[in-house]
Write a protein that binds this ligand. Structure first.
Ligand code: UD1
Length: 328
């Protein structure tokens, strides 16, 4: 009953792996370490270094470990980078997922949880975006994830594979026990960048665009604590194992904060008034995107435990302090 976690050495994947092994699950991680870290993988899990696009390797892994379930996170995930390198994103995210899915169907994998993104929606017209909103990705990143959703849906219709797609909103924070966190030095995430500025690891924080049609002119996002996102994955696996039908759900809190509000929260929590510089808009950024979360609350009975911006920032800051102490 092994679970394969692709991208399990990355920021989100490493948190999921810790939770699964804590629950007594047998876990194999497949990660090419392009952005992941070997030491982020929980010691009780087995790490295999390789690509999801390497079908022979994946087929071998699935057979050797009798994999029943896959949690698929391995992907490139930086919106502006995807605008600059679209084919790299289609290759890693869409073609890589195609190969993984082929191997999964051939092997008879039963459950598949896919890490998708709010970026599939583009710039929605409603305050809260529901899962049945017509997707209009604004970036190759969003498009590459939408393509994978489509492949997964069709593959499941033609096989015994069952799936949950989780469309993540803006994931932030760190494991409250600080076993893992966001370790990418040059990460582009707002909260990560802001806590780095607070600790002096960056000399200033850039705010990309202050002329958006939002209350304070900066972009609005729905920030979700990593531990609550992990809870959604555990819930999704339990749901599928219990015979749940294929489903696609948003993963956020249902309320948003502007970039300025996040910056203020980081200044408040850290007690550091770091320098902030206004810059032009960043390519591929929607003005506002906030999740409608009725579906996940109903279907998985999912109840967040960390729905508080200051808690998210406090945990991100604590992890960053740990990295600074380790000089990473
Ligand atoms: C993030 C995710 C993406 C997900 C999306 C869903 C990352 C790297 N990407 O993208 O996978 O699909 O949420 O909504 O986590 N900003 C600044 N200054 C900075 C950094 C960011 O002003 O130094 C602004 C951005 O312009 C944006 C907001 O902060 O308006 C959030 O940016 P970011 O944390 O990079 O996440 P998204 O691009 O929203």
């Amino acid at each position: 009953m092994t679970i394969l976690v692709t991208g399990g050495a990355g920021y989100i994947g490493s948190h999921i792996v810790y939770e699964l092994v804590d629950r007594g699950e047998s876990v194999v991680v497949l990660d090419n370490l392009a952005t992941g870290f070997r030491d982020a993988v929980a010691p009780a899990a087995r790490l295999v270094v390789g690509d999801i696009g390497d079908m022979a390797l994946v087929a071998k892994l699935l057979a050797e470990h009798q994999v029943q379930a896959i949690v698929h996170l391995a992907a490139s995930s930086v919106v502006p980078e995807s605008v600059a390198n679209p084919l790299g994103y289609y290759s890693n995210n869409a073609a890589g997922s195609l190969a993984l899915l082929k191997a999964a169907v051939q092997h008879g994998v039963k459950q598949f949880v896919f890490s998708s993104t709010a970026a599939v929606y583009g710039n929605p017209e409603t305050a809260l975006v529901k899962e049945d909103t017509v997707p209009r990705p604004m970036s190759p990143y969003g498009a590459s994830k939408l393509m994978t959703e489509m492949m997964l849906k069709d593959a499941a219709s033609a096989s015994s594979l069952t799936y949950v797609v989780l469309r993540y909103f803006n994931v932030a924070g760190a494991d409250p026990k600080l076993r893992t966190g966001q370790s990418t030095r040059a990460a582009t995430h707002l909260i990560k960048a802001a806590v780095q500025a607070a600790l002096g690891a960056r000399d200033r924080l850039a705010i990309f665009g202050s002329d958006y049609p939002t209350p304070d002119g900066t972009c609005v996002r729905d920030y979700i604590h990593i531990s609550d996102l992990v809870g959604a994955h555990v819930g999704a696996l339990g749901y599928l194992r219990g015979g749940g039908a294929n489903v696609l759900m948003n993963c956020g809190y249902g309320h948003g904060y502007s970039v300025r509000e996040v910056v203020d929260a980081v200044k408040r929590v850290s007690g550091v008034d770091f320098a902030v510089e206004m810059q032009p808009r960043r390519a591929g950024d929607p003005a506002q995107i906030v999740a409608d979360v009725q579906a996940i609350r109903r279907i998985l009975s999912w109840t967040p435990a960390y729905d508080d911006l200051e808690t998210i920032v406090r945990h991100a800051l604590a992890w960053e302090r740990k990295l600074v102490a380790r000089k990473l």
